[in-house]
Design a protein around this ligand. Structure first.
Ligand SMILES: NC(=O)c1ccc[n+]([C@@H]2O[C@H](COP(=O)([O-])OP(=O)(O)OC[C@H]3O[C@@H](n4cnc5c(N)ncnc54)[C@H](O)[C@@H]3O)[C@@H](O)[C@H]2O)c1
Length: 250
C-alpha cells in the first residue's frame, strides 16, 4: 500500500487517464477527491472507488471556472484535513490547423489546461508545504514534436511544462516534488481521435515502439503511483514518458 493515509486531488478523474489514476491510487490505499464535468460519469467512478474500499469524493465542477478552483481545494481539506498529491490531468482542446485557430480555440486549451493547473497549484501550495506533497502535471508528445492541428494544445502543454519546472525549482526547498507525465493511453479522448481522425490515430499507433496503446490504469495509473509515492522522492522537474517509447525511441 504505497499511498496508505495519503490524500489525492485529481482533475478530470471521471473517465480516461484520470479515472485510471484514481483506480490505481485507490488500490494503493489513497483517499481521493476528484473533479469532473459530467455528474453521471463522476458518480459512476465514485461508486467504483467506494466499492474497492476507497474513501472517495466526486466534485462536479468545470475547471474553466477560475474563481471556483480554490474552493475545490478548500472542500478537499475540509473533508480530509490535508492534500498530499495534486494531479492536474483535465484538459480540453480542439484539433484545427494553426491558421484556423481562433481566440476561442486557444482559450479553451489554455483555460482548461494551463490556467487550471496554475490556479490549483497556487491554491494547494500551503497544504502541499504541510505534507511535503507531490504534484503531477500532464504534457504531451503534441507539444514536444509539434504535431499538426494541435497548436493550442501543444502551446498549453509546453506552457504547463515551463510552469512545472519553475515550481520544481522554487518548491524543492519545501520538499515538494513537481513532475510531468507524458502518456499515450486508450482514453475516450483517444477513442474519439480514432473515430474522427483515423489517419492520425493509425499513425500514432504505428509510431509506438511497443506496438500498443497504453492502458489508463495499468500503464499510466501505475506510473502516477510511482510519481506520487516515496519511491520517487529524489525526482523533480522531470518528464516521465509513459508512451511505449514513442517520442524517445525511433
Ligand atoms: N490519452 C492520451 O494518449 C494522451 C496523450 C498525451 C497527453 N494526454 C493528456 O493526459 C490527460 C488525460 O487525457 P485523456 O486522454 O484521459 O483525456 P480525456 O479527454 O479522455 O479526458 C479528459 C478528462 O478531463 C475532463 N475535463 C475536460 N475538460 C474539463 C473541464 N472543463 N472541467 C472539468 N473536467 C474536464 C474530462 O471530463 C475527462 O475526465 C490530459 O491532460 C491529456 O492532455 C493524453
Amino acid at each position: 500500500m504505497k499511498l496508505k493515509d495519503k490524500v489525492a486531488f485529481v482533475t478530470g478523474g471521471s473517465s480516461g487517464i484520470g479515472r485510471g489514476i484514481c483506480l490505481a491510487f485507490a488500490k494503493e490505499g489513497a483517499s481521493i477527491v476528484f473533479v469532473g464535468l459530467n455528474e453521471e460519469k463522476g458518480k459512476r467512478t465514485e461508486n467504483e472507488l467506494l466499492a474497492i474500499g476507497c474513501d472517495a469524493l466526486f466534485l462536479q465542477a468545470d475547471v474553466n471556472n477560475r474563481e471556483l478552483l480554490p474552493s475545490l481545494i478548500d472542500k478537499t481539506v475540509e473533508r480530509f484535513g490535508k492534500i498530499d498529491i495534486l494531479v492536474n490531468n483535465a484538459q480540453s482542446s480542439k484539433n484545427v490547423p494553426l491558421e484556423e485557430t481562433t481566440d476561442d480555440v486557444m482559450d479553451l486549451a489554455l483555460n482548461t489546461g494551463l490556467w487550471s493547473t496554475f490556479i490549483l497549484m497556487r491554491s494547494a501550495l500551503p497544504h502541499l508545504k504541510a505534507t511535503k506533497g507531490k504534484v503531477i502535471n500532464f504534457v504531451s508528445a503534441a507539444g514536444m514534436i509539434g504535431l499538426s492541428k494541435q497548436a493550442s494544445y501543444a502551446a498549453t502543454k509546453e506552457a504547463i511544462r515551463g510552469l512545472s519546472r519553475v515550481a520544481a525549482t522554487e518548491w524543492g526547498r519545501y520538499g515538494i516534488n513537481v513532475n510531468l507525465l507524458s502518456p499515450i493511453a486508450n482514453s475516450p479522448g483517444v477513442e474519439r481521435l480514432q473515430e474522427e481522425h483515423p489517419n492520425a490515430y493509425n499513425k500514432m499507433v504505428s509510431l509506438v515502439p511497443l506496438k500498443r496503446i497504453g492502458d489508463c490504469e495499468h500503464d499510466i495509473g501505475r506510473a502516477a503511483v510511482f510519481l506520487a509515492s516515496s519511491d520517487s522522492e529524489y525526482i523533480t522537474g522531470q518528464t516521465l514518458m509513459v508512451d511505449g517509447g514513442t517520442v524517445m525511441v525511433r
